[in-house]
Ligand binder design. Structure first.
Ligand code: F0G
Length: 359
């Protein structure tokens, strides 16, 4: 029988805080492809790979952390879990809670949740509450609920989430047989940059890699508290996944940046959508806008002359394009791309396609 990937807990059992008493709740997450991106390599004069986290069971990297968070919650006897979310965490929590046979409650900000993500939470029968406030407000409420009521918090402030998500760094090393020189990723609540950095550090301590990659993180200009150095009350960006004004793992993100000699910068919505298009139309990978910021960030640094020639670079793209497909159809100007209407006449169609007759 063909070998099947067993999910991140079984694949990295010895490197996670689990034991034979931990019930393993998995949907087969992880083992995502590290895809060479020649079009990006040519653009920046380096060797660029894309870690396509949209290939996880619910379409985002959250599943790596959620398999751990839900498994550990079950080990501790949880009957219900709760999270605040811009969409992907709620989709993942809902799916893994279902797999565990418990209920997930999710708090989502008013509006600004991509349709695909909301559909997932509904489909997996989560208890969905839309809160009058942004993500930061939702997270504060979720934390207080978990302190005062019998419900386990599965946001990335839960250390089990970080443990699960660090496996993505292990996978990159397993494929490259080394760490990249630079690792680029989006920053929202800053859990994922924290998790990757923990993974790389552990690999270095284990003697698997000789040096850490520089961690480059990017926030959307309208939601860039770390770059500005202060919290933002009303964050705004087309990249709704990272529409966050006061990241919970702020200090850890700064540490990852500084210890690795890295960088955290801000990118405009225009540049995010431009990169979204480059990734889909030149590389062949469809992501949601928040994920495209990795590409936009790399191109931005290249324009500034700050991408070392010939270096090995991994871009994490965090969520699948089908989560929030509207940005492929119409950009910031709102002009919608629609297919040209045609009859079924073969010659007319050939003409429209610019095909010459075979004679
Ligand atoms: N990319 C996507 C697609 C996300 O959904 C998120 C976070 C991030 C990047 C940023 O990761 O928060 O670890 O820095 N989404 C959370 C959610 C906030 O609720 O789904 P981070």
């Amino acid at each position: 029988m063909a070998k099947q990937w067993r999910g991140v807990i079984r694949e990295y059992f010895d490197r996670l805080p689990v034991s034979e008493h931990t019930p393993i709740i998995t949907l087969g997450e992880g083992g995502t492809p590290l895809i060479p991106a020649p079009a990006l390599s040519r653009r920046v004069g380096a060797e660029v790979y894309v870690k396509y986290e949209g290939m996880n069971p619910t379409g985002s990297f959250k599943d790596r952390g959620m398999t751990m968070a839900i498994s550990k919650a079950m080990e501790r006897g949880a009957k219900a879990v709760i999270c605040a979310s811009t969409g992907n965490t709620s989709a993942s929590a809902a799916a893994y809670a279902t797999a565990a046979g418990i209920r997930a409650a999710v708090l989502v900000p008013d509006g600004k949740i991509a349709m695909g993500k909301l559909s997932q939470a509904v489909a997996h029968n989560a208890h969905i509450l839309q809160i009058d406030g942004n993500f930061d407000v939702c997270l504060t409420v979720a934390r207080q609920l978990s302190e005062r009521y019998p419900v386990h918090l599965v946001n990335s402030v839960n250390p089990d989430r970080i443990e699960g998500q660090k496996t993505a760094a292990f996978e990159v090393i397993d494929v490259l047989d080394r760490a990249p020189d630079i690792h680029v990723l989006p920053v929202g609540n800053a859990g994922n940059i924290t998790a990757y950095f923990k993974g790389y550090r552990e690999a270095q301590e284990a003697g698997e890699i000789s040096k850490l990659p520089m961690m480059w993180g990017f926030q959307a200009e309208g939601a860039s508290p770390i770059v500005l150095g202060h919290a933002i009350e009303n964050p705004d960006t087309v990249a709704t996944a990272i529409r966050i004004g006061n990241p919970a793992s702020w200090a850890q993100a700064i540490e990852a940046r500084d210890v690795s000699g890295g960088y955290i910068g801000a990118i405009s919505d225009e540049k995010i959508l431009e990169a979204h298009r480059i990734l889909s139309a030149e590389v062949g990978i469809f992501v949601e806008p928040a994920s495209a910021i990795s590409v936009a960030g790399l191109l931005n640094r290249h324009e500034a002359g700050l991408v070392p020639g010939g270096s090995t670079i991994v871009l994490t793209v965090t969520g699948h394009g089908l989560k929030d497909p509207q940005w492929a159809l119409h950009g910031l100007d709102g002009v919608e791309t629609t297919p040209t209407q045609m009859s079924s006449d073969v010659d007319e169609i050939a003409d429209a396609l610019g095909l010459a007759s075979r004679a």
